[in-house]
Design a protein around this ligand. Structure first.
Ligand SMILES: [Zn+2]
Ligand SMILES: [Zn+2]
Length: 258
């Protein structure tokens, strides 16, 4: 059995998605649990509702760097209330996205710092998104003492040195379908081969980044098995072993074993 450590089953990109069918196909593929992720306040409400009605879903609730402009005292209060649910296991996704820069960088930073503080207050791990801002991400995690709660660096696209520092800060490294893409991913694959076993996770980040052999199609949690298989090949170990490691790592990180 396997887990998808980060997927989107709600929100603007998922309006036409039949979550029940998606979860059924996941179960058939031996994917027994998923962390569904909210990207803004309204989405986080929907994610929590989904978790309340499905045994195999837990929630990660937060405001994505793309939506950092909506961060204010009211948002923080409302998000805090949602995060008090025992089904909400992670705070985020939050972080920095300097690739798309859809929100001003100072707002991204403010929302990121605030959500790190919130995670510490609630004693829940973080779900971190980082794109084209490796140094700033690590600096902020360090300055805010995020190691107190740790969490997940989701959809890892950095290098082994970044992974090492993130692990020192008490984070787990989650690999997405990008790992299976043949080109432009050597440093990611190199990292996947060398990250300590007790810090690895896999995810789909669906509906994006479908792994090979589904590349270009809408992604869904069932496909995470292909990323796990690729990870096992890179690490020269049995895929069943990787499934087991990932289930153990998730339980260690957040106490959940689906
Ligand atoms: Zn993300
Ligand atoms: Zn995401």
């Amino acid at each position: 059995m396997l887990l998808d450590a980060h997927c989107h089953l709600t929100g603007n990109h998922q309006k036409d998605v039949d979550a029940e069918a998606v979860l059924r196909r996941a179960r058939l593929a031996d994917v027994h649990g998923v962390i569904a992720v909210g990207t803004d306040l309204e989405d986080s409400r929907n994610v929590l509702k989904l978790a309340e009605s499905h045994d195999n879903i837990r929630a990660s609730l937060g405001v994505h760097p793309h939506d950092a402009g909506q961060w204010n005292v009211g948002t923080e209060q409302a998000l805090t209330d949602l995060l008090r649910s025992p089904l909400a296991l992670f705070v985020g996704e939050t972080g920095l996205d300097w690739h798309y820069d859809l929100s001003p960088r100072d707002q991204q930073e403010q929302a990121f710092r605030s959500q790190i503080r919130l995670a510490k207050k609630l004693n829940k791990p973080l779900m971190v998104h980082t794109r084209s801002a490796p140094d700033a991400t690590l600096r902020i995690l360090e300055e805010e003492n995020a190691s107190q709660v740790g969490g997940i660096i989701h959809c890892f696209t950095e290098n082994p040195a970044f992974a090492k520092k993130a692990i020192e800060l008490n984070f787990y490294i989650s690999f997405s379908g990008i790992l299976t893409f043949p080109k432009k991913c050597e440093t990611i694959r190199e990292t996947a081969a060398c990250v300590p076993e007790d810090r690895i996770l896999v995810e789909t980040d669906s509906p994006f980044l479908a792994p090979i052999p589904y590349r270009g199609k809408p992604c869904e949690p069932a496909f995470v098995i292909h990323t796990a298989k690729c990870l096992a090949e890179l690490r020269r170990c049995d895929v069943k072993h990787i499934h087991c490691v990932i289930a153990n790592n998730m339980e260690t990180l957040c106490g959940w074993r689906p």
